[in-house]
Design a protein around this ligand. Structure first.
Ligand SMILES: N[C@@H](CCC(=O)N[C@@H](CS)C(=O)NCC(=O)O)C(=O)O
Length: 206
């Protein structure tokens, strides 16, 4: 059994999407960020930088309990543990998945969060910050769209690399933010992943 420490944010949904794809038993432990629950001392023992998502696997390696934070690390761990692996076994495929997984975690979501902050949550309107992050978002959408021209999924077969980017494409692909008009391949990728039963469950009520 895996405990998933979750809240309804892009990174939270990445991990929940992964758990649904895995078919492994898991329980959602909500960490209400609006109530600052991420600073609870018990949660900080699991996730020292007060961030969701995090997991506790009570059936970890050698049958021992293991804790894990950082969405990319969680995707990789769960992807390696599941039966129909979404993290491949062979090194050449791993390299391909890893580079896009790290792009998803370190680049794509990091910029998307800043874009979201200045577009939605900032108490003051800063047009320069908005246009700066909008350009960066469009640049990343363009990159993904070009990559997906000749591939169904970002690293070949559907994998944790796709999961690492799906949530922010879902949140910011809508017309009021970036939109899909200039990115037909990314739109096709997004529609295909959106139809997966695991995605319906992951983005549904809990
Ligand atoms: N690099 C981390 C980022 C996680 C992250 O930014 N989590 C946010 C929600 S999306 C959070 O928990 N924020 C609460 C806080 O910083 O106190 C990951 O990929 O898991």
């Amino acid at each position: 059994m895996i405990d998933l420490y979750f809240w309804t944010t892009d990174n939270g949904y990445k991990a929940r999407h992964m758990m649904e794809e895995s078919g492994l038993n898991y329980t959602i432990k909500p960490i209400n960020l609006k109530e600052q629950e991420q600073f609870d001392p018990d949660f900080l023992k699991i996730s020292p930088h007060h961030k969701i998502p995090a997991i506790v696997d009570h059936d970890g390696p050698n049958g021992e309990t293991i804790t894990l934070f950082e969405s990319g690390a969680i995707l990789k761990y769960v992807g390696s543990k599941m039966i129909n692996r979404l993290y491949p076994d062979d090194v050449v495929s791993q390299v391909s998945v890893d580079q896009w997984l790290f792009f998803g975690s370190a680049q794509f979501t990091t910029i998307a969060q800043q874009f979201g902050f200045f577009m939605v949550r900032s108490a003051i309107d800063i047009p320069e910050a908005k246009s700066h992050y909008e350009e960066l978002m469009k640049d990343m959408f363009t990159c993904l769209d070009l990559e997906l021209l000749n591939r169904e999924y970002i690293a070949g077969d559907y994998s944790i690399a796709d999961i690492s980017m799906y949530s922010d494409v879902r949140v910011y692909g809508v017309d009021k933010f970036i939109g899909f008009g200039a990115y037909p391949n990314l739109k096709r990728w997004f529609s295909s992943i959106s139809q997966r039963p695991a995605v319906h469950k992951a983005w549904g009520p809990y």
